[in-house]
Design a protein around this ligand. Structure first.
Ligand SMILES: Cc1cc2nc3c(=O)[nH]c(=O)nc-3n(C[C@H](O)[C@H](O)[C@H](O)COP(=O)(O)OP(=O)(O)OC[C@H]3O[C@@H](n4cnc5c(N)ncnc54)[C@H](O)[C@@H]3O)c2cc1C
Length: 405
C-alpha cells in the first residue's frame, strides 16, 4: 500500500493512535530542541505527580492551587521567559507553551494561572517595562508574587476599543477610575496591568497601559466568579476608585495601550491554545484508558469500530491543534496565534465531547474526569478572545496578505 493510502486508512491511524497514547509519548517531540524537551519532561513529571492527583478535588472545592504555584515558582516557571537578571529562566515562547500544555493536562486551572501570569503579565513587563518598572513589577513576580492582566470590562470584552475606565494626570500622579471584569488571579495577585482610556472619543488611540499594585488605595476586588470552567482558578471584577499611581507606572506612551494589549494577546492566545491542547490530551488519555478496560458485547470498547473512529478523530484533533500551537509559538504573529487558538479551542471541545460519549453514563458523572474536561475545554473558546473573533482575525490577515481587503 502506498504511504498516502496507508495514512488515510482509519485502521492504521487508529492503531498508531493507540500506540502513541499507550506509551504516553507525543509526536512533535523530535521538533523540540534539548531545552524544550527538558522543560517538557520536567512539567510532564510534575503534572503526573502533583497536579493530576489533585485536579478533581481542587475543581470541586474551587480551591486555588497555592501549593502547585509555589512549587512551580521554585522551578522558575513563574518567570519562564523573563530575563535571568530579573530572576527568570529566559526561555523561549515554545518552551513556555510546552510547559502550559503539560500543566493543563494535569490540571487545567493551574495551566491557565501559569499561562496568564507568564504570557500576559510577566512577559509584558519583561519586554515593555522600564528598568524601574522591572525592579518593582517583575523581580518579585518570578519569586512568588502573581501578576494579572485587566483589559476586559462589563461593557467591553471583544470590543476592546470601547473600554470606559479612565485615566488622567493629576500633578505627578496618574488617577485611575473604572471597573475591570474577569481579571484572572486578581484575588491572589499582587499587581496587574490595567488598560484605561485618556479620551474615550479616541477609541483605541486613547488607551494607555498602567502597572497597578493590587494593594494601592482605591483598588477593590470583587467576589470570585462562579464559572463552569477552570474552577480552581479565580477571576473577579476589580474596581478602581480614584487610584493614584506614580507617573512612571505607565507602560509605553499615552495612546499606545491598545497596541500593547494586542501584542500581548498574540502571546496570550498561544498560551490558551497550549492550555486547550493539554486539556484535549487529557481527555484523549482518559477515553483510551477507559475504553481499554470497559467491556461491551464481549470485547473491550477499543475493538468497536465506532469507538475506534472516535479515538482516531480525537487523536487527529489533538495533534493538529498541537502543531498549530507550536507553530504559533515559534513564528509569532496575530494570524498564527489566532489560528492556533481557534483550532485548539474548537478541537479541545470536540475531543472532550468524544470523551464523554465514549464513557457513556460515566462520562456525565462528576466522579470521573470526563465531565471536568468537557467543562474546561469549553472555556478555551471564550477567554483570551472568543473563537468567533479569532476566525475573523485569520480572515483579515489572510486577505491583507493577498492585498484583497
Ligand atoms: C474564566 C475567564 C477568565 C478571564 N480572564 C481574563 C483576564 O485575565 N483578563 C481580561 O482582561 N479578561 C479576561 N476574561 C474575559 C474574556 O477575555 C472575555 O470574556 C472575552 O474576551 C469575551 O468578551 P465578552 O465576555 O464581553 O463577550 P462579548 O464581547 O460580549 O462577545 C459575546 C459573543 O458575541 C459575539 N461577538 C462579539 N464580538 C464579535 C465580533 N467582533 N465578531 C464576531 N463575533 C463577535 C461572539 O459570539 C461572542 O462569543 C476572562 C473570561 C473568563 C470567562
Amino acid at each position: 500500500m502506498a504511504t498516502g493510502a496507508l495514512l488515510k486508512s482509519s485502521k492504521f491511524v487508529s492503531s498508531q493512535c493507540l500506540k502513541v497514547v499507550a506509551s504516553q509519548t507525543r509526536t512533535f517531540t523530535s521538533q523540540l530542541n534539548d531545552q524544550q524537551k527538558a522543560i517538557q519532561e520536567l512539567t510532564r513529571s510534575f503534572s503526573n505527580e502533583y497536579l493530576k492527583p489533585n485536579a478533581a478535588k481542587h475543581d470541586l472545592e474551587r480551591r486555588f492551587p497555592f501549593d502547585a504555584i509555589k512549587k512551580l515558582t521554585d522551578l522558575g516557571l513563574m518567570g519562564a521567559c523573563v530575563d535571568k537578571e530579573y530572576g527568570g529562566l529566559g526561555l523561549d515562547y515554545l518552551s513556555l507553551a510546552v510547559a502550559v500544555e503539560e500543566l493543563s493536562r494535569g490540571c487545567a486551572s493551574t495551566g491557565m494561572i501559569v499561562s496568564i501570569h507568564n504570557f500576559l503579565y510577566a512577559n509584558l513587563v519583561n519586554e515593555k517595562g522600564t528598568p524601574e518598572q522591572k525592579e518593582l513589577f517583575l523581580r518579585d513576580f518570578t519569586k512568588g508574587a502573581i501578576g494579572c492582566f485587566a483589559l476586559s470590562e462589563p461593557g467591553a470584552g471583544t470590543d476592546v476599543a470601547n473600554i470606559r475606565s479612565r485615566a488622567h494626570l493629576d500633578g505627578d500622579k496618574w488617577v485611575l477610575q473604572g471597573k475591570k471584569s474577569w481579571v484572572t488571579s486578581a484575588i491572589e495577585g499582587s499587581a496587574t496591568a490595567v488598560f484605561a482610556t485618556l479620551n474615550p472619543e479616541l477609541r483605541h488611540k486613547g488607551i494607555a497601559c498602567f502597572l497597578v499594585p493590587m494593594d494601592a488605595e482605591g483598588v477593590f476586588r470583587g467576589k470570585k466568579e462562579p464559572i463552569m470552567s477552570v474552577r480552581a482558578a479565580t477571576a473577579c471584577t476589580v474596581t478602581l476608585d480614584e487610584v493614584k499611581i506614580p507617573r512612571g507606572y505607565m507602560v509605553g506612551e499615552e495612546g499606545e495601550g491598545f497596541k500593547v494589549a494586542m501584542e500581548q494577546l498574540d502571546q496570550g492566545r498561544i498560551g490558551i491554545a497550549a492550555h486547550a491542547v493539554g486539556i484535549a490530551q487529557s481527555a484523549l488519555d482518559t477515553a483510551i484508558n477507559y475504553a481499554k478496560e470497559r467491556v461491551a458485547f464481549g470485547k473491550s470498547l477499543t475493538r468497536l469500530a465506532s469507538v475506534k473512529d472516535r479515538l482516531t478523530d480525537m487523536c487527529i484533533l489533538v495533534e493538529t491543534a498541537r502543531l498549530a500551537t507550536y507553530r504559533a509559538a515559534t513564528d509569532v504573529s496575530t494570524k498564527n496565534s489566532a489560528m492556533a487558538k481557534y483550532i485548539a479551542g474548537r478541537n479541545a471541545a470536540a475531543v472532550a465531547d468524544h470523551c464523554v460519549q465514549i464513557m457513556g453514563g460515566r462520562g456525565l458523572s462528576t466522579e470521573y474526569d470526563a465531565e471536568r474536561h468537557y467543562r474546561d475545554a469549553r472555556g478555551t473558546q471564550i477567554y483570551g478572545g472568543v473563537t468567533d473573533i479569532q476566525k475573523r482575525l485569520v480572515g483579515h490577515f489572510l486577505l491583507k496578505e493577498h492585498d484583497a481587503l
